[in-house]
Design a protein around this ligand. Sequence first.
Ligand code: TYD
Ligand code: MG
Length: 450
Amino acid sequence: MAKVKTSFYCQQCGAQYAKWQGQCSSCKAWNTIAEEVISTDKKDWKATKSKSKQKPTLVKDIKYQQEPRLLTQNKEFNNVLGGGIVPGSLTLLGGEPGIGKSTLLLQIALQLPFKTLYVSGEESQQQIKMRAERITTSFSNCYILTETKTQQIFKHIENFEPEIVIIDSIQTLHSDYIESSPGSISQIRECTSELIKYAKESQVPVILIGHITKEGSIAGPKILEHMVDTVLQFEGDRNHVYRILRAHKNRFGSTNELGIYEMQGNGLREVNNPSEILISSSKENLSGTAIAATLEGMRPLMIEIQALVSTAVYGTPQRSTTGYHAKRLNMLLAVLEKRAGFRLGAKDVFLNITGGISVDDPAIDLAVIAAILSSNEDIAIEKNICFAAEVGLAGEIRPVTRIEQRILEAEKLGFSYILISKENKIADKNYHIKIEKAGRIEEVISFLFG
Ligand code: TYD
Ligand code: MG
């Protein structure tokens, strides 16, 4: 019998040690190092001799063919991937439990015009059927397999020859070649490398679902993210209906694209024009709301910012934000106090970005300030005005990137005015929307409240 070989791995970052220690020297986490058995038996699931014929080649002599990508029926998903699924690629979809990863991929799988294999280690076939019935009524080419052992999965794949494989989830898989439990670092690493080998050899794309830890990184080693070609993140507030799909890493496209979905009773709906739903449709002018033209990735988005300013009842005034950096709010309040003379030191300030999304685009600063002032003065801002500018510490209104895109989105949604920085250069175009410019915060105040 072969000697059992073991090694110690940090369960958080994947660093390897020869012996146990209390703290990981690499990521400084305590009590995360565990012993795992690594067997050195032959690892191949199919004995393949690698006979590499690669030699150094001049860049200009390298020939390649643009591989046709597999297009899903889900336009947002194609977009985020950079125009469809690349043959032979490995994609990892990460997200918190319950966010809708299984729903998204099952929905895509059910509509694919190719022979699809959906491998689930988490739910039974009946459970998946129930979910599939909620989502759609036509089940075309999608086969479900409930299996967690990679060798078995490959055996089925060999007989069945799918054109795309979806694995839900990588943390439930285990390989016979490794003796540690499913979900451990060495299992995840081994199963992923077996899948990579399969994908690259057969040119069949594989999509993996990966769970996310409390800290927000994909559970298991960081290594997983390095191994795959594309890392997608599915995020959103579970109590809200909107979900955002974005690429964190993409070897075949940009990471600036993002897709927006709405979770409904019958699955995820693609939201093609997110601005419309993020802005409340009420006709009334309410004080304390302002609309910002922001960018999520490459996509312009109009969002509504709500502020509530009221006299503090308890000793220390409260500052609370949802979807926005609290520190940035404090900074803007200090600017208002120092540069525009508003006494907000004794007031509670609450700030909320509607729709449960969070934004860190500095271009929404001006709208934040406008919402705070509007609530403080109890004067509503006209519904047809929107904002796109950063506010500096000196109370100056600063230019923002991609202003044309923001203006066009505001125009498309029927706004009459957009307030931007005096220094923002815009290409001469005929906009229907009126562009108001301001250089200092005082000018904004007099524009808004006369
Ligand atoms: P799920 O895809 O199981 O999440 P994950 O795989 O990321 O853990 O879906 C989670 C939630 O979505 C679940 O709480 C119920 C809800 N849901 C709907 O609202 N509508 C639907 O049609 C489906 C299938 C799920
Ligand atoms: Mg799931």
